[in-house]
Design a protein around this ligand. Structure first.
Ligand SMILES: [Zn+2]
Length: 547
């Protein structure tokens, strides 16, 4: 018979409980020292190991041959019985369906009798916050004077709903969401044991959508295994299963947004909807995408905070570098608002489309700076996108506008300034925004512009320290010269020392007739990772966590 992964992989020992080592260590110490409590409260979001830990604990206190570490042996008669759910000493109560006072009265009767085998009766009350007030009061009487042979483990996702009188009688343990790296490593190990080949990106994705809940991750994997039996589990397959869009669509959508190409952006939404994908999932994925772009472009050492395959990170970096950080931040803010709104809206697609059009018109700039905005292109992070970036600084968001937007998308449309733009919602019939292609540098000024626009490509083909130092600089053209803005005085000094070499490289790479005029300046604080993080948090007005 097929057994669901989350049952099969349920940790059987403290050592296999994932990501909760402080709790596990404390419990083991208590078991070793023989100073266990009679009431525990396990708090934490779903799928973090509360019930599993409670079950291991229930065996550990009853085990006939418990190990020195405090672990149950899982071999003795009692352990075996508990594992097979034959033992009457471990009683699991689902408070969601047994929340009445009668259930607790029965329980109070029962607890008076000592166990027939083993040392302790362990009551595991799941979803304890669902108990009624009367039931809590009845339970309290037992908790005030628990018989020596009884242990209560209350598990809850919502400790706020547990009365203070109960809380004060329990030892409380807060289970953390499982860190993504821990989860990916564990999933990889499980799949190896199951002899299933999986792509690293696929596991990364599962871990990210499960948001720290192992049970969710395993149930997604379960679905993958039954749908794609004997196949390699790839990112695309997982995304198809979850109704998510593949990353190319996210890259293309971001490009369209940056280029103010609402037609292209709406076409992607239309395609996504047509494939039956979930648009709120799409919105969540877009937020993650912008976050990844920000991190990849702005933080040099991002190995710990951007847990993706190197090719994927490189792709994020390329697109991220082409978009002004403040623009990305405002996108994250807008789409987070949209995500909230979608929870209460029956018209997800409309909400997403309106938001898209709004952003495309908000970040408007002269059309002449937009070029080569081919809606078909997968990753249009060509040098031409760079030319857009300095003009893409977002206009401050008008609070009234945001409020008006929040009051209801549907009613908003009639009065919205975007109403005109909104008319051709059927994008298949509307032509993409007309665009012009820039001439490739005829005047000296134009040539310098080409240098600015292709700066990251130029840096990419250099090597060593010069490469990384120059890549961190901002470059501007004007007044027949180039201004290279260094992030601090140290790198300014370095640049000045290397001036001859830099001039030569630029002249050579861009095939200039003569060496350009270059000014080096230092702008302290520019591109600094720490101040950057701070400024994001204040900008989007919420805690930014780079896990
Ligand atoms: Zn045992």
């Amino acid at each position: 018979m097929y057994q669901a992964l989350y049952r099969k992989k349920r940790p059987n020992t403290f050592g296999t409980v994932i990501g909760q080592s402080p709790i596990v260590t404390t419990l083991c110490n208590q078991l070793r020292g023989g100073n266990i409590s009679h009431a525990y409260l396990f708090c934490g979001t779903r799928g973090t190991g509360k019930t599993s830990t409670a079950k291991v604990f229930a065996r550990a206190v009853n085990c006939l041959e418990a190990k020195e570490t405090g672990e149950p042996c899982n071999n003795c008669e009692i352990c075996q019985d508990i594992l097979a759910e034959r033992n009457l000493n471990v009683i699991e109560i689902d408070a969601a369906s047994n929340n009445g006072v009668d259930n607790i009265r029965d329980l109070r009767e029962e607890v008076r009798y000592p166990p027939t085998v083993g040392t302790y009766k362990v009551y595991i009350i799941d979803e304890a916050h669902m108990l009624t007030t009367a039931a809590f009061n009845a339970l309290l009487k037992t908790l005030e004077e628990p018989p020596a042979h009884v242990i209560f483990v209350l598990a809850t996702t919502d400790p706020q709903k547990i009365p203070a009188t109960i809380l004060s009688r329990c030892q409380r343990y807060d289970f953390k969401r499982i860190a993504r790296a821990d989860m990916v490593a564990t999933l990889a190990l499980y799949m190896e044991k199951e002899n299933v080949e999986t792509e690293a990106d696929a596991l990364e994705y599962i871990a990210s959508v499960s948001d720290g809940a192992m049970r969710d991750a395993l149930s997604i994997l379960d679905q993958c295994l039954s749908l794609y039996a004997d196949e390699v589990i790839t990112l695309a397959k997982v995304q198809a299963l979850l109704g998510a869009v593949d990353q190319s669509a996210l890259f293309a959508y971001s490009d369209a947004l940056v280029q103010n190409n609402s037609a292209a952006a709406l076409a992607i939404i239309a395609e996504t909807a047509k494939e039956g994908r979930d648009l709120s999932r799409f919105t969540a994925d877009i937020i993650t995408h912008f976050r990844n772009l920000l991190v990849a472009a702005q933080v040099t050492d991002h190995t710990d905070i951007l847990d993706y395959a190197p090719e994927t990170v490189e792709r994020y970096r390329t697109q991220g570098k082409a978009i002004e950080p403040m623009t990305l931040i405002s996108y994250i803010r807008e789409f987070s608002e949209l995500q909230n709104q979608m929870r209460y809206s029956a018209q997800e697609r409309l909400a997403l489309e309106v938001c898209t059009i709004k952003l495309c018109s908000q970040h408007s700039r002269p059309l002449s700076t937009i070029s080569n905005s081919n809606p078909e292109s997968d990753v249009a992070v060509s040098p031409t996108v760079n030319s857009v970036k300095d003009n893409a600084t977002p206009t401050p968001i008008d609070e009234n506008e945001v409020d008006a937007f929040k009051t209801g998308v549907a009613s908003d449309i009639a009065s919205s300034a975007a109403a005109d733009t909104l008319a051709p919602l059927d994008v298949s019939t509307s032509d993409p925004t007309p665009v012009s292609v820039p001439s490739l540098g005829e005047t000296p000024d134009d040539k310098l512009k080409v240098v600015v626009d292709n700066w990251s490509d130029f840096c990419a083909q250099l090597s060593g320290l010069l490469k990384s130092m120059l890549a961190l600089c901002k470059v501007e053209s004007g007044g027949e010269g180039l201004t290279i803005i260094c992030r601090d005085k140290g790198s300014l000094q370095y640049m000045k020392d290397q001036q001859a070499q830099i001039l030569e490289k630029i002249t050579q790479y861009f095939q200039l007739a003569e060496e350009p005029f270059i000014v080096f300046i230092a702008d302290e604080g520019y591109n600094d990772a720490d101040t950057f993080k701070e400024s994001i948090s204040t900008q989007i007005n919420m805690a930014v966590e780079f896990e």
